[in-house]
Design a protein around this ligand. Structure first.
Ligand code: SAM
Length: 449
């Protein structure tokens, strides 16, 4: 994108992906997992196994999991990633199912529970100095005034446009759909992000407090997959997920609670409540990041952490397969969609100024970590190929949904969009271009005094 910075000296790439080499096409080795599996299906299967290994190594389950349903049985998953997530490969089984009684015991209350399902020690760069399922309310609290948005059935409605389904509560606020395709994409990005971060669910030093029992808030929780997996790992911790869309499963760990709400509105929770506030793949749609930071600071306990993980949608390249003058429809697409998002009111590159904004808001120990996520399966390193496959699939599957509102906002017609996407699809599949997107993870601490 014009003006989009490349990863500069301020940022250090975590876990310098040492085998950042092109995969020779002739040396494509893969394990056959089925008579008719394709190399890419095999990659998915291997990715799931690798994911499980990473999870074991980094986040040993803190309690014995029991095989309990974690998804709405009426809404079977279809894509490899979503299937994997819901089968427990990426999303381990919950040990408990939320019940109205259990939830009513929770201090934090409310109207709607809409469902009812070590970080690396190095490589952080301090910047301090330089389903389709209708979400069924499964538990209610007597104090329904706390989450007024969740009180009416209308929050479970959806809006349809051009064959795509969008959230109805605060309709139009979020530019992207919330249908099954989008949920699959969210789960793919979840897998990709975990693999890119070597299995870490967070980089802020909150492991001990999560072990002991903490209050966690997940802003823009989406399908809730991160929140639920965190809940499984830290049973003493309570995780609250907020989203405009009621797209979370009906069965969740008992320490995880989801609410339909707009986190850009005033928060109903008390100040100084949270030990850790997390937002992932969502900052691009925040209208006022500075206000969000001020709010997060107020609602964090002294010593608590805020963390934001976000892809920078601007293709980068470390060799000459993509230069500024190389025609690359994927880069054009990101530029145009970014421009459309600005018209709609948010900054798709909001992650770049975030560390400075956090410091200005009063956060201490602000650190940024970046990882390179390949677009496609061109690297030699298997983990990166997995990441690249998930990212490419998520981008490909989301082209229609993520293009529509931003490009219409630029005045394009539906036909123009469809014609343009033909070239974008070709660019996405072009293994001769070694492009990647940078994942930025930024965290900071609320000072004690
Ligand atoms: C790309 S998804 C990311 C989901 C999840 N954080 C993850 O990483 O898997 C972004 C989510 O943010 C939600 N969202 C965007 N703006 C929001 C707002 N102001 N209030 C609540 N949710 C919001 C959207 O509805 C969407 O589900």
């Amino acid at each position: 994108m014009p003006g989009a910075p490349t990863m500069g000296s301020e940022n250090r790439t975590a876990h310098p992906d040492t085998d950042w080499n092109t995969r020779p096409s002739s040396s494509s080795t893969h394990i056959t997992v089925g008579m008719h599996s394709t190399p890419e299906e095999d990659l998915y299967a291997e990715a799931e196994a690798m994911q499980a290994t990473m999870r074991e190594a980094l986040h040993q389950p803190k309690r014995k999991a029991t095989p309990t349903a974690t998804s709405n049985p009426t809404s079977p998953s279809t894509s490899p990633s979503r299937r994997a997530a819901r089968n427990g490969v990426l999303h381990p089984s919950s040990s408990t199912t939320t019940t109205a009684a259990a939830a009513a015991d929770k201090p934090q209350t409310s109207a709607t529970h809409i469902n009812g399902s070590d970080p690396p020690d190095t490589d952080h760069q301090s910047t301090t100095s330089p389903s389709e399922q209708q979400a069924t309310p499964c538990s209610f609290d007597s104090d329904t005034s706390k989450y007024p948005a969740s009180m009416t059935s209308s929050v479970r409605d959806h809006v349809y446009e051009g064959g795509l389904r969008y959230h109805a509560y605060r309709a139009g606020k979020y530019a992207f759909p919330n249908d099954e395709v989008e949920q699959n994409r969210d789960d793919m990005k979840h897998t990709m992000t975990l693999m890119l971060c070597h299995g870490a669910y967070f980089y802020a030093p909150v492991e001990d407090v999560l072990e002991e029992g903490a209050e966690v808030l997940d802003l823009g929780t989406g399908t809730g997959i991160w929140a639920m997996e965190l809940g499984d790992r830290y049973p003493n911790t309570t995780i609250t997920g907020i989203d405009l869309s009621p797209i979370q499963p009906n069965f969740v760990p008992e320490n995880v609670h989801f609410f339909v709400d707009d986190f850009e509105e005033e928060w109903v929770d008390p100040e100084n409540k949270y030990d850790y506030i997390h937002i992932r793949h969502t900052l691009h749609s925040v209208r006022d990041p500075k206000l969000l930071l001020e709010r997060a600071l107020r609602h964090l306990k002294p010593g608590g952490y805020f963390e934001c993980a976000e892809l920078l949608y601007s293709p980068q390249c470390d060799d000459d397969t993509l230069t500024p003058s190389t025609p690359y429809a994927l880069r054009d697409w990101m530029n145009y969609v970014g421009a459309g998002m600005r018209v709609l009111g948010s900054d798709p590159h909001a992650i770049l100024p975030l560390p400075e904004q956090m410091k200005a808001a009063g956060f201490a120990d602000v650190q940024r970590t970046t990882h390179k996520c390949p677009v496609g399966v061109w690297p030699r390193d298997k983990r990166l190929r997995f990441c690249g496959l998930f990212l490419r699939t998520a981008l490909m599957d989301g082209l229609r949904g993520t293009s529509r509102r931003p490009l219409l906002a630029l005045g394009w017609t539906q036909l123009q969009i469809e014609m343009f996407l033909v070239d974008v699809r070709k660019a996405l599949m072009d293994a001769g271009v070694h492009s990647y997107l940078a994942l930025h993870v930024v965290h900071g601490r609320k000072p004690v005094s």
